[in-house]
Design a binder for this molecule. Structure first.
Ligand code: ATP
Ligand code: MG
Length: 262
């Protein structure tokens, strides 16, 4: 029922939003994951998409809750700060190898908040890194708007926005859509329960149509995900009885990302 209602919603939005902004295709490309609300699933989505695409996970978060520490990279044990160094020197960073178990990583840094360059520099750098590394980048961003987030979104062929169907979250989404008109956005209904409220579905549809954003496949709410302590992405291991549904939902998101604008 839930998935039916959401696929109908996505199809209705696609029919109404005939002319979303589509940037020129670049190969390889940059995919951003962003949102104005904290805790909605940006980092989980970025990590899983990077695993599915075998892309370089690029971390623009400066808090400890992001993908970098979750990957096992502890900045206090390291001499260098690859992200800060890359922007300081203008040189392309060398991703850390995940040894095929985890995505290769350009780690984030707590000092990035104070050291982030202007959006234009961030956008130009990400595009160049992707071309020089000959790899797709999946960029996880800090919650809210900041120069690095705007830069990542400017470089991205598509920005994935996980959307939790709550009142605060939908208001935050409207804030993002109003601020960032004409960006290529794919809204992913995220942490969806068995029966999402009709008002929330209506509001999502209204926002998507009004601001010309596409709605992609939904990802359900899984009570076991917050308790998961392994560093490998869920989609990097063979699906188990517990994970199979999440893996197939995330693969559907990855397909929608691939198809976006093509
Ligand atoms: N599909 C899901 N179902 C249930 N819980 C989830 C799901 N995806 C992520 N979570 C949990 O939700 C919380 C927030 O997820 P995550 O860190 O990915 O969000 P975020 O948007 O990156 O947060 P922040 O804004 O702080 O960067 C975490 O506890 C995470 O384990
Ligand atoms: Mg995060």
């Amino acid at each position: 029922m839930t998935s039916e209602a959401l696929s109908t919603l996505a199809a209705d939005v696609a029919a109404a939003v005939s002319t979303p902004y589509v940037p020129p295709v670049q190969e390889p490309d940059v995919v951003a994951v962003a949102g104005f609300k904290g805790g909605v699933g940006k980092s989980r989505t970025a990590k899983e998409l990077a695993a599915i695409f075998q892309a370089v996970l690029t971390d623009f978060e400066w808090d400890w809750g992001g993908v970098t520490r979750g990957w096992g990279y502890l900045e206090e044990t390291r001499q260098k700060a690859p992200l800060l160094e890359a922007f300081r020197s203008g040189r392309t960073p060398k991703p850390l190898s995940g040894q095929g178990r985890k995505p290769d990583l350009i780690p984030g840094h707590t000092d990035f908040e104070r050291n982030q360059p202007k959006a234009e520099v961030v956008a130009e750098s990400l595009t160049r890194w992707s071309q020089e590394l000959k790899r797709r980048l999946v960029v996880d961003t800090h919650p809210g708007g900041s120069e690095s987030t705007y830069g990542a979104m400017a470089a991205a062929r598509v920005t994935v926005v996980p959307v939790v169907l709550g009142d605060d979250e939908l208001r935050a989404l409207e804030g993002l859509l109003r601020t960032l008109t004409d960006y290529p956005l794919l809204l992913i209904p995220y942490k969806i329960g068995r029966s999402p409220a009709a008002w929330a579905l209506d509001e999502l549809e209204r926002l998507a149509v009004e601001y010309k954003a596409h709605v992609g496949p939904a990802v359900s709410n899984y009570s076991w995900i917050p308790n998961r302590r392994t560093r490998t992405p869920i989609c990097a291991s063979p699906p188990s009885a517990r994970t199979a549904n999440f893996v197939s939902e995330m693969q559907a998101v990855a397909e929608a990302v691939d198809r976006y604008g093509r």
